[in-house]
Design a protein. Sequence first.
Length: 356
Amino acid sequence: MKNRNCLKHAGLLAVAALLLLALAACARPTTVGDVMASVNGHKIYRTEVDKYYANQTAGSDQQPAGEQAVSLRLSILNELIETEILMQRAEKLGLLATDEEVDRKLNEIKSPYTAEEFNKRLQDKKISLDDFKRDLRRSLTRDKVLNKEITSRINITDQDVSNYYNEHKAEFNLIEAQYHLAKIMVSGIANPQVHNLQNSKAQNEAEAHKKIEMIANHLDSGDDFATLAMNYSEDPETSNNGGDLGMAPESALKTADPATRDAVMKLKPGQYTPVIPIINPATHQPGAYMIVKLIAKEPAGQRDLNDPRVQQAIRQQLRDRREQLLKAAYYESLRDDAKVTNYYADEVLKNLGAAK
């Protein structure tokens, strides 16, 4: 009898344990397979979110914690949901990026770096080459879909341009002259952030001086300024776009050092300065050198609507605004048509922000 009672008690414990397991499974559906969300049946796993989380926080001195960490994961997950919706749309349209397109873009991105430098950048970002290629495929696919569905359908009419000009005429009244500048810069201090097409970096002041003189000789021989900048300039911000600094008001030149200001002010459009030494304030010796080109100069005053540059600027601004608006509406429309379940968001709500 005693043994029977023990068996009965053990059976009740087993049933109770099974019930507890079942209740736990119902209470936390996201832990099953670590699924954080699903899009039309396609599952997005915690491992993928964690990978992007590690990528976005890599190199940060202060890692997110608590609610900040949860918010970042929610943001990453939402982006992955939108990406998956768009990828599924691309598949229906036959617009998925091909292997050839991915490889071509990969080679273009890798071209300024040595193999060792490129692999180091991947390691710093905590992603593998396969991860990088997957993101490239997604990015190229997104561009193809949005170009077909949105960009190619935008039409800015002459009347649109005229209406904008009449409503915003003051925007085209320049209160001071504008200088469109470009520069080539060479530094005597090696900078790991420098990536020009020739992977050319001076290691010291003597090399920098020799290099800038070589560039100046090429310019004097008629070589293209932008091409030389892309090949040799050591300015991380401008070397990849031909040294283009964009437009700067005349007042900005007044804040530059006198040698640079005087040299630039003497230029006519298309001309470039002699080599300008950049003095290191600590040593009072040249630490770098640059050559500045004046691409164009815009005098102060009202710009008319018949100015092609005014029309181009308005047309581009209207196109960008319309494209941004339509893309936002397009994403919302696609999401409305998709069956999305965000388990992680549900978990955050249920645990009042305590999800990890």
